[in-house]
Design a protein around this ligand. Structure first.
Ligand SMILES: NC(=O)c1ccc[n+]([C@@H]2O[C@H](COP(=O)([O-])OP(=O)(O)OC[C@H]3O[C@@H](n4cnc5c(N)ncnc54)[C@H](OP(=O)(O)O)[C@@H]3O)[C@@H](O)[C@H]2O)c1
Length: 299
């Protein structure tokens, strides 16, 4: 039997709240890090999850506004737009030797984390899930799967495997990905065309993939070209086949944010794609157009 972990969760929202509740239910000590009002609500009521995959349950968690004690790992689950402010709650000195595990979408945040924390303890993860925080400490988990790929080329493999084993024990499907760049770009290559197109036109995937087919194909080809230039494999035909197999009502989280008037992770997804394209001299006219139009409409 391995000992229970102590895990901090910075940003206990849709993804973080779900993982915090699952880890706590499995017997680990969980400290959620949030603003005062959310921390107070979590201390009082714990986290309630409603989930077809995991059942409906409530798990007790500790909560604070900053990290004040050693932990085994800190899951970083804020949106990109809140990352800078949120990291002030976790000082490098207190985090020390613990793993810093960001689950954000995008490809640029690991660099920012490695500049602040021990580079060989930053373990970027990709999560495939659909989970929404409907109120502080209330999580609606909609997807019948919760898959996590843990990476971090410089992190000791044994540390990644131990964390993946605990995440698997608590019900997710977690594994250690061989190559960080490939893992992050695989998610980006799928997400970016889907998010940009559905958000730009405000329609679900089933409409976007028919009515805006040429744009979708161009976005997929451009993203694949950038991904390859960054050293990650890409398979545009498979990406298109996956979009075609998705339920027609699927909407991207960027689109849900736009509809709710929340800030968009546009710079972390579209902006990062454009910056990578420019660095490698890859032409991406369709991506540039959609990012420009989305930026204009967000003003
Ligand atoms: N949700 C999904 O299904 C899903 C799937 C795959 C990937 N992702 C990615 O995962 C990341 C997180 O997304 P999410 O949907 O989980 O976000 P979310 O539901 O909006 O949760 C973000 C959490 O961060 C907290 N927060 C905001 N500013 C903070 C600060 N300064 N200090 C501490 N906490 C702060 C919020 O607190 P309050 O509760 O107080 O507002 C909220 O609980 C994003 O990059 C997203 O693209 C999400």
């Amino acid at each position: 039997m391995t000992r229970p972990l102590t895990v901090a969760v910075l940003g206990p929202g849709g993804t973080g709240g779900l993982l915090a509740a699952l880890l706590s239910r499995s017997g680990h000590r969980v400290i959620c890090l949030a603003g005062e009002a959310t921390a107070e609500a979590l201390r009082r009521t714990g986290i309630t999850v409603r989930s077809p995959q995991f059942g409906d349950f409530t798990a007790a968690v500790d909560a604070d506004t900053e990290l004040r004690e050693p932990v085994d790992a800190c899951l970083i689950t804020v949106k990109h737009t809140a990352l800078g402010a949120a990291l002030t709650r976790v000082s490098p000195a207190v985090l020390g030797d613990a793993l810093a595990v960001p689950l954000l979408n995008g490809v640029e945040h690991p660099g920012a984390l490695r500049a602040r924390y021990r580079p060989d303890r930053v373990a970027p993860a990709v999560i495939r899930v659909e989970s929404t925080r409907t109120a502080p400490g209330v999580i609606e988990h909609g997807s019948p799967f919760t898959e996590i790929d843990l990476a971090g080329d410089a992190v000791p493999r044994t540390r990644l495997e131990a964390l993946a084993a605990h995440l698997t024990d608590c019900g997710t499907t977690a594994r250690v990905a061989g190559d960080e760049t490939a893992a992050l770009w695989a998610k980006m290559a799928f997400l970016a065309p889907f998010a940009l197109l559905t958000t730009r036109y405000g329609v679900p995937l089933g409409v976007a993939r028919v009515r805006h087919r040429q744009e979708l194909e161009a976005l997929v080809a451009e993203t694949a070209a950038v991904s390859r230039a960054c050293g990650a494999p890409a398979d545009p035909e498979r990406a298109l086949a996956r979009y075609d197999a998705f339920p027609p009502a699927a909407r991207s989280s960027m689109q849900r944010d736009a509809e709710a008037g929340r800030p968009l992770e546009l710079d972390a997804i579209g902006g990062a794609l454009l910056r990578a394209a420019e660095r490698h001299g890859v032409p991406v006219p369709m991506t540039a157009r959609l990012v420009r139009e989305l930026r204009d409409s967000a003003r």
